[in-house]
Design a protein around this ligand. Sequence first.
Ligand code: SF4
Ligand code: SF4
Length: 162
Amino acid sequence: MCFVEVAGLPNPVTSCTEKVKDGMKVTINSPRTTVLRRSSFNLLLSRHRLDCGRCPKNRKCELQHIASLEHFKLNDKRLKKIAADYDVDTSHRLFAFDKNKCVLCGRCVWVCQREGTGVLDFAYRGINTMVSTFAGMPLSETECNSCLSCVTVCPVGALYAK
Ligand code: SF4
Ligand code: SF4
């Protein structure tokens, strides 16, 4: 989502991977970056269970925030929906994990490793990529220390407190 144009480079780049240099000229909003951001957004939404009305993150969700900032539609119909139909893991007494809402940002993976537990990690590849526990174990059967850091950092309604 973080495409920018850098003067001197032929194509837009992702700002999270581009090293800052002295004198660099960066354009955040250009016709090309807007098209790329919109495409990325629509791709994310094409595999997202959109039910804001019943979602624990409704009105505090970063997808909704981006849609409002960029004037993108949450229910844009240009891309076919590829329904993800994962069971919601409600086994933990304090929080639940709904993979159908995950946008694969990796924040929970990072924070879980920083906590020293490393219960959450990426699994599979391509369109099947997901965040998972080891072998898809229910959260209640893992070494989770109940710090809830993953719930705090999740930008959408994928990891939420009960
Ligand atoms: S995660 Fe955000 S966009 Fe998705 S259903 Fe929940 S509130 Fe709506
Ligand atoms: S923080 Fe939330 S959206 Fe990001 S990878 Fe983890 S579960 Fe998915």
